[in-house]
Design a protein around this ligand. Structure first.
Ligand code: NAP
Length: 281
């Protein structure tokens, strides 16, 4: 029997409805998200459009600031400092990729952690160790929400996270620990990946290698979350999991083509974070 698809779009829709109510509770008070983009990048343009659409849907003002491609790191940090001090700005993000000469980590550290809607500031990274993190890294939090949405009892499950990046793999592992899943993190040094994935009830793959995980590497009925985004040979976007074979074995799976919204949009979404930031004042 094919896997039950985890429909991110439906989950996101429900979240936006809930967020609309949360936002309305603020009445006339502004809830504003600022998106900074340096130069112009077609991939970022798609993101920005989707972000604007979702922000409009939940009633959040989104301000898009386009900075020239020649913007230096010092100039960008100055703009961020101004936004940090603006009371009407609830959240901000800097679109990636950033031009050479600008260090994304330095930029992320300059954003006020309370306005850090992507959850990448070291403070927000650190607080995921708490059971109730402030603003956890967004992709990891979204993967967690997809898993929770299956309704599986996560206590005592075996989770294998493939990939140990700072922004995805490691935070997912920590977030799933809070559900009392037993978590193993696999990476480039892992000797026999299949030995791990085959015993996992939940497999989260965040590597950036198309087709790294196949159906024959999975335990029947497993929940498979494919975070990877790769350009397939035919130009289509594919994940890290070979969808067709995985779909035959898994119990739950993310869709093969990312018609679902970006994980970053699921949760806690930017809108949620903006509301949170506003509440905390
Ligand atoms: P990353 O920083 O490049 O990390 C990839 C990780 O995979 C590293 O920990 C790496 O280990 C590990 N790895 C590499 N080859 C491996 C192998 N053969 N077996 C096991 N682990 C291996 O990438 P990322 O930022 O985490 O992103 C991962 C993927 O998710 C990318 O495709 C990215 O585009 C996608 N992504 C999607 C979203 C979304 O919203 N859906 C958001 C962010 C990222 P080493 O460091 O030891 O080499």
């Amino acid at each position: 029997m094919p896997a039950q698809l985890l429909d991110g779009r439906q989950i996101a829709k429900r979240m936006r409805e809930r967020l609309r109510e949360a936002r309305d509770a603020f009445g006339d008070r502004a809830v504003r998200l600022v998106s900074l983009e340096i130069g112009q990048n077609p991939a970022a343009a798609v993101y920005v459009r989707n972000q604007q659409r979702a922000a409009a849907e939940v009633g959040i003002d989104m301000e898009v600031v386009n900075l020239p491609i020649a913007t230096t790191e010092a100039e960008l940090l100055h703009t961020i400092a101004e936004l940090n001090s603006r009371a009407d700005v609830s959240g901000m993000l800097v679109q990636r990729p950033m031009p050479t000469g600008i260090d994304p980590r330095t930029v992320q550290m300059a954003i006020d952690p309370q306005k850090d809607v992507e959850g990448m500031h070291p403070t927000n990274m650190g607080t995921i160790l708490y059971k109730e993190p402030l603003l956890p890294p967004c992709t990891a939090a979204a993967a967690q929400q997809l898993i929770v949405a299956t309704g599986m009892d996560l206590r005592g499950t075996e989770t294998v996270v493939v990939g140990h990046s700072e922004i995805v793999g490691k935070p997912i592992a920590v977030l799933l620990l809070h559900h009392l899943s037993t978590v193993t993190v696999c990476h480039i040094g892992t000797k026999n990946l299949v030995e791990h994935t085959r015993r996992a009830d939940i497999v989260v793959v965040a590597v950036g290698k198309a087709g790294l995980v196949h159906g024959d590497m999975l335990k029947p009925g497993a929940c498979v979350i494919d975070v990877g985004i790769n350009q397939g040979a035919d130009g289509k976007i594919v994940g890290d999991v070979d969808f067709n074979s995985a779909n035959e074995v898994a119990g739950y799976a993310t869709p093969c083509v990312r018609r679902a919204p970006r994980f970053r949009w699921l949760g806690p979404s930017y809108a949620d974070r903006c509301c949170w930031a506003q509440r905390s004042r």
